[in-house]
Design a protein around this ligand. Structure first.
Ligand SMILES: Nc1nc2c(c(=O)[nH]1)N[C@H]1C(S)=C(S)[C@@H](COP(=O)(O)OP(=O)(O)OC[C@H]3O[C@@H](n4cnc5c(=O)[nH]c(N)nc54)[C@H](O)[C@@H]3O)O[C@H]1N2
Ligand SMILES: Nc1nc2c(c(=O)[nH]1)N[C@H]1C(S)=C(S)[C@@H](COP(=O)(O)OP(=O)(O)OC[C@H]3O[C@@H](n4cnc5c(=O)[nH]c(N)nc54)[C@H](O)[C@@H]3O)O[C@H]1N2
Ligand code: SF4
Ligand SMILES: [Mo]
Length: 701
């Protein structure tokens, strides 16, 4: 039991634990809840419903308050000393027998820069680069494409200057629900005063409500759509010729490719109206300042990197990079997904995105750490899970619930059972913790200091409002103790998070010169040139992050989805709703974010429903070769014909039993947004038992 009644909290400005917008908030002793603070992002102290509900998690009865260890197959509580002893012994044996690459570390985009930095340092000093975080599952493809062509895998612009745009092109993102304060406080006022909103999404949602143009693209067919838009831009002379001359290369090759693109044919393939597509292309390309937002509808495909490449072409053709109100802007996931990557919780790059293969970079770290990190890239998250029981024997999972959130969940569950030793550090006894040998109770947002980096690259400070419940300890202390035991006591002997931050600013070039004092109650933004007070809001003004004046236009061919779709099948795509957050660990436990109809439902078009005898509110079976779930049908014309949509916020129905685990070849992001499924009414047979013709494994047993 969490004993919040015995704990004392005080109001100190910190950062919302949910999305990457990074709103400031604090515990409010007057009402025992979280309350908004005037921060760099939420200047009026405004919060969305999740921020308002944030304290519900802190004092929830389900909080882990003691370490758990497995005894004869069952969990018993144990003192910290015993939990650490077991980890030290088991990980020690694995390294001795199989080498350090038999261990893998899942860092956390829900945790601070300091915690992620320490965890990747621990992994690398142990001798493996197999450390990753769930940025892998959201924007790894975006980061790969933008990193390669622009030299920085982050928002090119800041929320503040994006108010100046004349048009927003939002592709595969739903900011009204998933980045609510960005939408309400930055985009909506601009839209109200005339900025055009173009929304490319297979279903109409809260963002679409504000849109002037909606292109309900077929899931997985964004490349033909974007190529057709590029064709319209070129054909109708909407390119920025000066920009093409000075800042771009590869125009001839792209133009030659676009010569053969037939707008009508591509629109047809993408499932949208060709005239609407033309109108949308003109709306974006004919204004002075057009800004692109991109999200999971683009990134989470087996061609996610190519999707983003096709999008970057549009920004370059129209000269919409390097000036206020423009650019390509991935709105990032959790409150520190940007920072987790910045500080090196990735298997192929060291802090500051320096490749592990770069000898100079490794030597610089060796000078700081006393041990050089290994030169070979480690395993990405889903690759690691697939290697459990083979190359990988032990795993450490910090603040993540892959048993629910990785694709092909039935396979993931089997893989977790194949590990010799699993440690989970979380606030709750999650679905992943059920496979663990040791579970460590961690600290929630209101119980930690440290820094987090939001979606527009602002580093902000978190401050403890109270202590963790029971014997739970701050995540950073736990990680430092593990480092001391597994690697070297001196290397993990820090006097609090500020000392870790000082070290990471020395090895992460983007953060060089930042300090706790400098951040204060505000923020410091990367890149942070020497002598600057605030950092750089608009990237790529004179040169790209690559150091080059020019960025490349690229020919991008359509790639067919992995799942072929039979005539009687529909395409399942998945995503989020306003009131819930990812695995639901936090949002499902909030009394404020109540379980509402419209969330754990399957959106299905009236024609598709009628063809299957499905009525609104019916229980339906959704199945494919990977698994089956039962869920309530929400019959709505908001979703395009042939497509169904469900969230992944619940352990039951566990929608990820249906998703496939084919990975994008570059970024290794899984295909969450296109799965072929059969949908039928769940009918009771004569015995009263649900009929099961397929015999497929269900997600909930
Ligand atoms: N309320 C809430 N906010 C959140 C989260 C949450 O769980 N709940 N999670 C946070 C995290 S970790 C992340 S990464 C961000 C993600 O934020 P978003 O990128 O907005 O996430 P999604 O809802 O997964 O997907 C966005 C849209 O893509 C559409 N889509 C599906 N398939 C396709 C396709 O093939 N093409 C196109 N163009 N669109 C498609 C979906 O219908 C959906 O509306 O949100 C963050 N904020
Ligand atoms: N079908 C489908 N699946 C998806 C997606 C999709 O769009 N569709 N999106 C993917 C994306 S983008 C993401 S980011 C992942 C998210 O997947 P996850 O990262 O697994 O989900 P979260 O709910 O963000 O967080 C996981 C855990 O972190 C714990 N936690 C939160 N704060 C703290 C803390 O401060 N300390 C500690 N120790 N633990 C903490 C929570 O209790 C929770 O159990 O899901 C992916 N899965
Ligand atoms: S917009 Fe994001 S950061 Fe702001 S209150 Fe909502 S969930 Fe928290
Ligand atoms: Mo995410």
């Amino acid at each position: 039991m969490a004993d919040s009644e015995d704990r004392e909290f005080e109001a100190r400005q910190t950062i919302c634990p949910f999305c990457g917008v990074g709103c400031a908030l604090a515990y409010d002793p007057k009402n025992g809840k979280a309350t908004g603070r005037e921060g760099p992002v939420n200047a009026r102290g405004e919060l969305c419903p999740k921020g308002v509900a944030a304290f519900d998690v802190v004092d929830h009865d389900d909080r882990l308050t003691k370490p758990l260890v497995r005894e004869h197959g069952r969990f018993v509580t144990a003192p910290w000393e015993e939990a650490f002893d077991r980890i030290e012994a088991a990980f020690g044996d694995i390294v001795a027998e199989h080498g350090p690459d038999a261990l893998t570390f899942f860092a956390s985009s829900n945790c601070t820069n300091e915690e992620n930095y320490v965890l990747q340092k621990l992994a690398r000093m142990l001798g493996t680069n197999s450390v990753d975080n769930c940025a892998r599952l959201c924007h790894s493809s975006t980061v790969a494409a933008m990193g390669e062509r622009f030299g920085a895998g982050a928002m090119t612009n800041s929320m503040a200057d994006l108010r100046e745009a004349d048009a927003y092109l939002v592709v595969g993102a739903n900011p009204a629900e998933n980045h609510p304060i960005t939408f309400q406080s930055y985009l909506a006022p601009a839209i109200k005063s005339g900025t055009t909103l173009i929304h490319v999404d297979p279903r109409a949602n809260a963002t679409t409500k504000q849109a002037d143009h909606h292109l309900p693209v077929r899931p997985g067919y964004d490349i033909p759509l974007l190529n057709a838009m590029a064709k319209v831009v070129v054909e109708e002379g909407l390119t920025d010729e000066a920009f093409l001359d000075e800042r771009v290369e590869g125009y001839d090759a792209l133009r030659a490719f676009l010569d053969d693109v037939d707008v009508d044919r591509n629109a047809d393939l993408a499932g949208v109206d060709a005239d609407e597509l033309r109108a949308a292309a003109r709306a974006y390309a004919s204004v002075e300042r057009g800004a692109i937002f991109t999200g999971m509808g683009m990134s989470q495909h087996h061609c996610g990197t190519d999707n983003v490449h096709a999008l970057l072409n549009l920004a370059l053709l129209t000269g919409n990079v390097g000036k206020p109100g423009s650019g390509v802007n991935p709105l990032r996931g959790q409150n520190n997904v940007q920072g987790a990557g910045d500080v090196g919780a990735l298997p192929n790059v060291l802090p500051g995105y320096r490749p592990v293969t770069d000898e100079d970079a490794r030597e610089r770290l060796a000078a700081e750490w006393g041990i050089e990190p290994p030169p070979m890239p480690g395993l990405t998250e889903v690759e690691a899970t697939h290697a459990f029981g083979d190359e990988v024997r032990g795993a450490f999972v910090l603040g993540e619930n892959p048993a629910m959130t990785e694709p092909n969940a039935n396979r993931v569950r089997e893989q977790f059972e194949r590990l010799d030793f699993l440690v989970v550090q979380d606030l709750f006894r999650t679905e992943t913790a059920e496979h663990a040998d040791v579970v460590l109770p961690g600290s929630a947002w209101a119980e930690r200091g440290g820094t987090v980096t939001n979606t527009d690259r602002q580093v902000q400070r978190m401050r403890p409002n109270g202590d963790p419940p029971g014997d739970a300890r701050p995540d950073l202390d736990v990680l430092c103790e593990l480092g001391a035991r597994l690697v070297d006591a001196d290397a993990f002997d820090y006097d609090g998070p500020e000392a870790v931050f000082e070290e990471l600013t020395r090895v992460t070039p983007q953060y060089a010169g930042m300090s706790y004092d400098g951040i204060g109650a505000g923020s410091q933004r990367w890149p942070f040139p020497e002598g600057a007070e605030e950092g750089t809001a608009v990237l790529h003004r004179e040169t790209f992050g690559t150091g080059e004046k020019r960025a490349e236009l690229r020919v991008v061919e359509h790639v067919d989805p992995v799942d072929s779709v039979d005539d009687d099948e529909l395409v399942l795509t998945t995503g989020r709703v306003l009131q819930h957050f990812n695995s639901g660990a936090l949002s499902r436990r909030s009394g404020i974010l109540v379980r509402l109809r419209g969330e754990d439902v399957l959106q299905i078009h009236p024609d598709d429903a009628a063809a299957r005898g499905i009525e609104d509110g019916d229980e339906v079976r959704v199945s494919n070769d990977r698994g089956t779930v039962t869920v309530e049908a929400d019959v709505t014309p908001g979703i395009r014909h042939g497509t169904v949509f469900a969230t992944f916020h619940y352990a039951d129905p566990l929608v990820n039993v249906l998703t496939g685990d084919t990975l994008d070849p570059v970024a290794k992001i899984p295909e969450y947004k296109h799965s072929a499924v059969r949908v039928s009414v769940e009918r009771a047979d004569e015995s009263g038992e649900p009929a099961d013709e397929s015999g497929a494994a269900t997600g909930t047993d």
